[in-house]
Design a binder for this molecule. Structure first.
Ligand code: G3H
Ligand code: 13P
Ligand code: NA
Ligand code: ZN
Length: 328
């Protein structure tokens, strides 16, 4: 059944676990997430970006999620709009049956220019008014995501500030977070604590202090009833990078957020953990390997099945590590 983000994360807070929010674009990713959720009895957050709706088409996404609800009636499913660039995007998502929307007012509508406080409060407040009227939850974002190591937002052509960010822009201030929640009424807040989007987060194996976990705790103390969201939470598995390289791919040395760092975040108040890149890497690795090893194969189902299995393993591992398993 469908569930709003607020209800799902209230349960997570009460029981002290985190829920991975995986990005969906196609049937295989939905299968992978739902199969892993069923195996582990986990509630799920399926999140779709504007890019996902452009790729699959609004009707296909909506009907594929409806199919998941029908196929797995016992798994609570939250359908969330990831990084809504404007109130209009969020309104479309609500009309499509999403039970949660993110208004990302930390950036202007171009999703590249850091936005002013007033802009962020005003667009987010508008979305909260609209969404809450129909029982839909809202995630806002305060602070610009960026790697504390590289000063980069990550994603070259997607969501993320352009150019190099300074430390203060990249870290959410706890007092401002409290003011932002009071001014907007969001259910969940994405915070900047040193993660960035995409595969290129860190150039060296991350050390214990690569994320500002103390800041998560400080923010959580100020806004205990608002659920904290960690974007850019892919771990960039080195074993999948090796498989991609072994089978003709060219991805340079790079590192992600260790699962233990995410678990530390969850212990300090993180409830929603956004993951996209890890599924992309695992699916690409599995497809490259299969096509490389069986050069006569041309049935896409065999290729996509391998991709689905690889993504499912990542999902299962995250459901278990975040304490989400057994909570459905
Ligand atoms: O934050 C961005 C997500 O990874 C979605 O990426 O805009 O390429 O679908 P996308
Ligand atoms: P990753 O690129 O680390 O998977 O982050 C995804 C994300 O934050 C989607 O909103
Ligand atoms: Na989101
Ligand atoms: Zn994100």
């Amino acid at each position: 059944a469908m569930i709003a983000l607020r209800q799902l994360l209230d349960h997570a807070a009460e029981h002290g676990y985190g829920v991975p929010a995986f990005n969906i674009n196609n049937m295989e990713q939905i299968h992978a997430i739902m199969q892993a959720a069923a195996e582990t009895a986990s509630p799920v957050i399926l999140q779709a970006s504007a890019g996902a709706r452009g790729y699959a088409g609004e009707a296909f996404l909506r009907h594929m999620v409806a199919a998941a609800v029908e196929e797995w009636p016992d798994i609570p499913i939250c359908l969330h709009q990831d990084h809504g660039a404007s109130p209009a995007v969020c309104q479309q998502a609500i009309r499509s049956g999403f039970t949660s929307v993110m208004m990302d007012g930390s950036l202007r509508e171009d999703m590249k220019t850091p936005a002013s406080w007033d802009y962020n409060v005003s667009v987010t407040r508008r979305v909260v008014d609209m969404a809450h009227a129909v029982g839909v939850s809202v995630e806002g974002e305060l602070g610009c995501l960026g790697s504390l190591e590289t000063g980069q937002a990550g994603e070259e052509d997607g969501v993320g500030a352009e150019g190099t960010l300074d430390h203060s822009q990249m870290l959410t201030d706890p007092a401002q977070a409290a003011d932002f929640v009071a001014a907007t009424g969001v259910d969940a807040l994405a915070v900047a604590i040193g993660t960035s989007h995409g595969a290129y987060k860190f150039t060296r194996p991350p050390t214990g202090d690569i994320l500002d976990i103390d800041r998560i705790a400080a923010i959580h103390r100020r806004i205990p009833d608002t659920h904290l969201v960690m974007h850019g939470s892919s771990s960039v598995p080195q074993e999948w990078l090796a498989i991609i390289r072994e089978h003709g791919g060219e991805i340079g040395e790079t590192y992600g957020v260790p699962v233990e760092a995410i678990v530390a975040g969850i212990r300090n108040g993180v409830r929603k953990v956004n993951i996209d890149t890890d599924l992309r890497l695992a699916m690409t690795g599995a497809m490259r390997r299969l096509l490389d090893q069986d050069r006569k194969e041309f049935d896409p189902r065999k290729v996509f099945r391998a991709a689905t299995a690889a993504a499912r393993e990542i999902c299962r591992a995250r459901f278990e590590a975040f304490g989400c398993a057994g909570q459905a």
